[in-house]
Design a protein around this ligand. Structure first.
Ligand SMILES: [Zn+2]
Length: 448
């Protein structure tokens, strides 16, 4: 893992209301629902049904009871978002041992009782088994994220750095970091060379933007190169960037670095949990792939089984002027810098969106590649498509909304439950029979 931090661990809590001493439970639930419906685009509310009444009765209450001030009552036992559950950030409660992304994911898979294998380097492939034995499919996310590496110890006692993955130093300025030396961890901050207006005046506004223009100021008494050497700093030390997650429950916004692609991993685990807990039948085996080298361009190569015929990648979809993606919808990425995605698979995803009332946009990205491109380039003859959750301001000031993650989750759920796209795909090579058609135009007759 390049960055050892978990972006934000989200757990669902069953919905609860707290008394005011003057409102009835019916009024409190209505108020809760108004707030949650606004935050989740109308997805999360406490229904007025037998289960809610049962929970209230257990507490000796009913809809007309006036709840005492400060008393909190859980009104549903389940923590399903659709029945009013809320999502809480529990990052601070996770033990440090769980913070390594691959470990975190494998723990989640253990809890869900989903079998998986881990490659030598830490990519994970898990399997949700289905009824059919051919035509396996995969859904892929990446666990790695952007970071940096110490390139040189400087005579001023600071560290020169180089990026890991593609990102601008402009978005690194100000980031809190951890530097991993051979024996120890040090905290620090990435700052511009001219970081003080009191000293440099207007020159701070004209300093160019590049990785040569920033340095890491470590929180250790280092005033020269020898001090750095004494503390064990060295070229090649990894630098992890703090994500600073912040989840706004009211509006549904999630601010954090590295949402790309930690949010995708969270969506995939959530899909897995829904399938496991509901006992939904899958038509064919679905492999959940968690890769570890996407940001440096390697991606989903070593974790692809031979029998995988198609793969959906979940990754970020950038919102910006001129783009169609939003922080509230799922995005079907039609093309990225590696070329168009599979025509038929994308058409199928559009159909699934329409059938399941999933809000989606189509978009194209010019400076973007994903696990799908790596898989194809590595020689996999599979259909691929890319489903995105909206991310504003990648990489550095990333923000998404729970609504977008929800749309992606619903689409992936519909996809893994759908029938195989083409039966003919079960054979690597075959005759032209069953080969899917794309639309053709009518012959053009030119009069001469
Ligand atoms: Zn990504």
């Amino acid at each position: 893992m390049i960055n050892h931090e978990v972006v934000a661990a989200a757990v669902r809590k069953p919905p609860a209301i707290t008394g005011t001493g003057s409102h009835t439970i019916r009024e409190l639930i209505a108020k809760h629902n108004r707030r949650r419906m606004a935050a989740t685009g109308g997805e999360s509310f406490i229904p007025d049904d037998a289960e809610t009444l049962r929970c209230l009765n257990k507490e000796g209450l009913n809809y007309e009871s006036v709840l005492e001030k400060g008393r909190t009552v859980v009104v549903r036992k389940t923590a399903n978002l659709h029945t009013g559950g809320t999502i809480h950030d529990v990052t601070d409660e996770i033990s440090p041992a769980l913070k390594q992304a691959a470990v975190t994911v494998s723990q989640a898979l253990d809890i869900l009782n989903i079998p998986y294998n881990v490659t030598r380097r830490g990519a994970i492939r898990a399997t949700l088994s289905g009824d059919g034995d051919a035509l396996d499919r995969a859904v892929c996310v990446h666990l790695d994220t952007l970071g940096a590496m110490v390139s040189r110890l400087k005579s001023n006692g600071r560290l020169a750095v180089r990026p890991i993955g593609t990102w601008s130093s402009r978005f690194a300025e100000g980031a809190r970091v951890t530097v991993f030396t051979q024996g120890q961890k040090y905290r620090g901050r990435i700052i511009p060379l001219k970081a003080s207006g009191h000293v440099y005046g207007d020159a701070v506004d004209t300093q160019p933007v590049s990785w040569d223009q920033v340095e890491v100021r470590v929180d250790a008494r280092c005033h020269n190169k020898a001090d750095l050497e004494d503390k064990g700093f060295c070229a090649g030390d990894f630098i992890a960037v703090d994500p600073f997650p912040e989840i706004d429950e009211q509006e549904g916004f999630i601010n954090a670095r590295h949402l790309d692609d930690k949010a995708g991993a969270a969506v995939l685990l959530s899909v897995a949990r829904t399938i496991r807990r509901s006992g939904l039948k899958l038509p064919v085996d679905c492999h959940l792939l968690f890769t570890i080298n996407e940001e440096v361009g390697v991606g989903a190569t070593e974790v692809l089984y031979n029998d995988i015929t198609e793969m959906i990648v979940i990754d970020s979809a950038m919102t910006a002027p001129g783009q169609n993606s939003t922080e509230y919808d799922a995005t079907l990425v039609m093309m990225d810098q590696s070329g168009p995605f599979d025509y038929h698979l994308n058409r199928k995803l559009v159909r699934l969106c329409r059938e399941n009332e999933i809000f989606f946009k189509k978009d194209l990205f010019e400076f973007y590649r994903s696990d799908a491109a790596s898989a194809i380039e590595a020689g996999s003859d599979i259909r691929t498509a890319l489903v995105g959750f909206g991310v504003d301001a990648s990489h550095g000031y990333e923000r998404t909304n729970i609504s977008s993650l929800k749309q992606v989750e619903n689409l992936i759920l519909a996809y893994v439950r759908s029938n195989p796209t083409f039966n003919r795909d079960k054979d690597k090579m075959g005759s032209i029979t069953g080969f899917p058609h794309q639309p053709t135009r009518d012959p053009i007759n030119i009069e001469t």
